[in-house]
Design a protein around this ligand. Structure first.
Ligand code: ADP
Length: 266
């Protein structure tokens, strides 16, 4: 199928496991169970799903959810083409039909009507009701639903309903252990061990800070970016300022405090 092959990931993307999450994913896939991944931004959720999809030989359909995303955006809609009305599958429907892994990133951002279409797919029915065409589409054997969200961003209005979350096997991600994170920075940025170790030490120090008004602390993603800037020739301090401090806050006082801590550590 053209769609499926287009999205098949040729090589298995590098992923350094934090614990036994790869085995859990594989068991969930084989048992046809949907998976919910919780964790802060930049801790490797997307890479993990890309890695597992490639390992399992499944095409991957990723949807970044936002507050305007509706059920029709996922399922599909009628479009007018050459004066005719034609049905056009949305990304979820394409994944269900072709047996792909469908990854809905930051699913709690999406509009509430999206959960209605997920429920029959996420329990043992494994069907997608397409209201507008009257089709009740059974999921192809390789189909797997994976959703993620960041509990740090949640408020009472934006969280998963118990009836939704209880349909999913849950996996909690945190930032990797220092030795794992160091190897990720080395591999992803081509950084040497000393640079990677310094950045991981800085991350540890920044993550220990509690009395600041940051929405989120430094992620593995930011460490990789800082290391890449250094590899490209930027001095370490400037790289940390641009990739980490200024990425974390807009507040001048907080930035000054983080900058000071950065200078003390690196
Ligand atoms: P999330 O989806 O949790 O926001 P990503 O999966 O996009 O985070 O990770 C951000 C970046 O951090 C990746 O592009 C990759 O460079 C790096 N990364 C984080 N964790 C890992 C890991 N365990 N193995 C390999 N790379 C990782």
């Amino acid at each position: 199928m053209e769609f499926a092959s287009a999205l098949k990931i040729a090589a298995v993307p590098f992923y350094m496991a934090q614990a036994a999450e790869c085995a859990l994913f594989e068991h969930a896939y084989r048992e046809r169970l949907p998976l919910l991944i919780k964790g802060p931004t930049g801790c490797g959720k997307t890479r993990f799903v890309e890695h597992m999809a490639a390992r399992l030989g499944r095409p991957l359909v990723t949807v970044s959810c936002h507050d305007d995303l509706s059920a029709a955006d996922l399922v599909g809609r009628h479009l007018i083409a050459d004066g005719d009305t034609v049905w056009c599958d949305g990304p979820l429907t394409r994944a269900v039909r072709s047996g792909a892994i469908c990854y809905l990133d930051e699913v709690v951002e999406a509009r509430k009507d999206t959960t209605v279409v997920l429920h029959p797919l996420a329990d043992d029915r494994r069907v997608l009701p397409i209201e507008r065409t009257g089709e009740l589409l059974p999921a192809a054997p390789g189909f797997m639903l994976v959703i993620s969200y960041n509990p740090g961003y949640q408020n009472l209005l934006k969280s998963l309903k118990p009836s939704t979350r209880q349909r999913f096997v849950a996996l909690s991600f945190g930032y990797p252990a220092p030795e794992v994170e160091q190897r990720i920075v080395e591999a992803e940025a081509g950084a040497d061990a000393a640079l990677a170790a310094t950045l991981v030490r800085l991350a540890q120090a920044l993550r220990r800070l509690t009395d600041h008004d940051l929405e989120e602390t430094v992620s593995t993603r930011l460490l990789v970016v800082a290391a890449r800037l250094v590899r490209a020739g930027l001095p370490l301090q400037a790289a940390c300022q641009a990739a980490i401090v200024d990425a974390l806050t807009d507040d001048a006082e907080t930035a000054a405090a983080l900058g000071e801590l950065t200078r003390a550590v690196i």
